[in-house]
Ligand binder design. Sequence first.
Ligand SMILES: [Zn+2]
Length: 209
Amino acid sequence: MPSGRTHDRITLWALPWIAGLAFWQTRSSNITLLIAGGFLFGGLMFGPDLDIYSRHYQRWGWFRWIWLPYQKSLRHRSFLSHGPIIGTTLRVIYLCCVVGSFTLLMLLIIQKLLNLQWNWQITGESMGRSLIFYATEFMALFLGMELGAMSHSLSDWSGSAYKRFKKKGIAGVLPSGKIKKRKVSSRMTRQTKRSRSRKSVKTAENKKI
Ligand SMILES: [Zn+2]
């Protein structure tokens, strides 16, 4: 697994390529900026390693504690944090829930303190409208974050595959080796269980005799 510094380098080196590709495909400076910004955010702060005490986690500074429940509920390098699409989607939902609950709490406190009448229905409707209106921008930002997270996960996987290759050769990289081993070991355990139960029946019979 590459170190945090290597992950950062990969993100920074890939950034001009991502930005160039985005501009070439979209011809829009706004969308390019959102994809590139999302890529930087995803690669440096909002990446899969938020499931552990990491550079990503430390970069949240004062607010890093918001990721503690996320870390507690996920195993490091699990599919839910490092998997494609699912990792970024879960983190976005998690962050939206945290930020949403705090905003709601703050608004309720302000409402009570200043005795204001807040129309929650209008607030909800305008939020929904802006989500639809800026759908392309949100998608661009999400794509950038996903690419940033994937550059991390891919380098994690290729790093471990390279280590296995150095240790065991090509067999270490191929998944079939593992499956065969698992099949053989499960067959062996089944056989030993059967022979053990036969032995116990025999000894019971001998005792009776
Ligand atoms: Zn990782």
